[in-house]
Design a binder for this molecule. Structure first.
Ligand SMILES: CC(C)(COP(=O)(O)OP(=O)(O)OC[C@H]1O[C@@H](n2cnc3c(N)ncnc32)[C@H](O)[C@@H]1OP(=O)(O)O)[C@@H](O)C(=O)NCCC(=O)NCCS
Length: 408
């Protein structure tokens, strides 16, 4: 089978989108094709795998993002998405060829890191991606959700319209994005795209409700949520939090107190919560909060020197490490990271490595949320000098684990 990987044309976009959603066993509404074209995608970053001429058998594409790394720098990050292989052509290397194409474009565009959200967690390590953030699924029965502790809340929570929310939410997001590792930027059109609220996309739930928390008129937190009736003829509902983002402990306490105390709500669920969230520590009976950790954002370092020099580290120090990378050989080699006066440099070296790790493991530790020592205990890193992995941990780990609330 002869497969050609190439950018799609404007004329091919509709069929390409239909093929992407067919990969997820979904039919796509024509309006959503237009919406995606207008509000989200960059046409020159979308690719098709064409077999035997013009038969579209694979899809892939990239959204351009800015990723906040430890210390607050925002670096270009390829956001790989839209991946699918036609069910008629599975397991013949089409994803492998597509990934090669997408990574090549990211390297050409000098994006030091590629990122993605995985539909299945077993697929992407082989391409050098590592789990970089944790996304916790939460559920709690409101009857068991009393607070025992909370900071004093000086501000106020109020409902806002969908249109007002689209103006207020980005202000909170931008405050947080400056220093919260793992955040991605959202353009106004992407805000529109991800908060689109048409009935056919609600999965049987209500339209979105929006609340914001403000102190002295400054928005510090928000939540968007939907409701679902438990039984047709009764008022009891369950709440599904679409997104809750808060920039201060006070706004966090206010927003979660609100969400857990709406009348007639039996239970609240939320996806992609940060593992360091304070709610657990605020509840009178924390065990009632059911937490299910899962992989969040996956990261893949494409330019080791640039990516590692862009972030800060917990202390001054140095480490010499070898990266094994069979997918992007230009990102393989031995590197020396030196942190001095809080400033990092990362250079190739001919010195002996103190530690060896793979590209996927480097992706996992890059944002500071995974310890190399944990990976080493899983047989995923090797120490050549006693104490080197502890030093690596000490340098790379961050006090607050990264969190990426933007799923794409
Ligand atoms: C996941 C998917 C894209 C794989 O496409 P594919 O063209 O069959 O993949 P390839 O033939 O290139 O396989 C590459 C490797 O990944 C492995 N692999 C593929 N799908 C996998 C899966 N779901 N879980 C674990 N491994 C997988 C293959 O076994 C192969 O391994 P090998 O290199 O050791 O032989 C395809 O199954 C699909 O479209 N799934 C539905 C949509 C989807 O989940 N997309 C991903 C969105 S994040």
């Amino acid at each position: 089978m002869n497969v050609n990987y190439r950018p799609i044309t404007e004329d091919e976009f509709s069929n390409w989108r239909i093929a992407v959603r067919r990969g997820f066993n979904e039919q796509v509404h024509p309006d959503d094709i237009t919406r995606l074209r207008n509000d989200r995608i960059e046409i020159d970053r979308l690719f098709g795998a064409f077999a035997d001429g013009n038969n579209l058998v694979g899809t892939g594409g990239t959204d351009s993002y800015q990723l906040t790394v430890p210390g607050g720098a925002q670096i270009p990050a390829a956001g790989i998405a839209y991946i699918g292989t036609a069910a008629t052509h599975l397991r013949r290397g089409i994803l492998t060829g597509m990934m090669r194409t997408l990574l090549d474009q990211a390297i050409e565009r000098k994006e030091p890191v590629a990122t993605l959200w995985a539909s299945q967690s077993g697929i992407y390590s082989r391409f050098g991606f590592g789990q970089a953030t944790v996304a916790e699924g939460w559920s709690i029965k409101t009857a068991n959700a009393t607070f025992a502790h909370a900071p004093k809340v000086p501000g106020k929570t109020r409902f806002v319209s969908h249109d007002d929310a689209l103006e207020i939410m980005p202000r909170v997001w931008e405050t947080l994005r400056k220093n919260r590792t793992g955040f991605l930027d959202r353009s106004p059109s992407r805000w529109r795209y991800f908060f689109f609220d048409e009935e056919r996309l609600r999965g049987g739930r209500s339209g979105m409700f929006h609340v914001v928390y403000e102190d002295n008129g400054i928005p510090e937190g928000y939540a968007a949520y939907r409701m679902k009736r438990l039984r047709e003829e009764e008022f009891e509902v369950e709440m599904k939090v679409v997104e809750a983002v808060t920039s201060t402990p006070e706004s966090h306490a206010a927003i979660w107190h609100f969400l857990l105390n709406v009348d007639l709500v039996q239970s609240v669920s939320a996806g992609n919560r940060p593992s360091s969230d304070a709610l657990w520590w605020m509840l009178a009976d924390p065990r009632q909060l059911k937490r299910t950790p899962s992989d969040g954002l996956w990261a893949r370092v494409l330019d080791v020197e640039t990516a590692l020099a862009a972030r800060t580290y917990e202390s001054d120090g140095h480490i010499t490490f070898e990266v094994i990378d069979n997918v992007v050989p230009a990102a393989a080699g031995i590197f020396r990271l030196t942190v001095s006066g809080g400033k990092a440099t990362c250079e190739r070296t001919s010195a002996q490595p103190e530690v060896t790790l793979g590209a996927s493991e480097l992706g996992s530790v890059y944002l500071g949320g995974t310890r190399l020592s944990h990976l080493a205990r899983a047989g995923r890193a090797e120490e050549h000098v006693p104490g080197a992995i502890a030093r690596f941990d000490w340098l790379f780990s961050t006090a607050i684990p990264p969190w990426c609330p933007h799923e794409f």
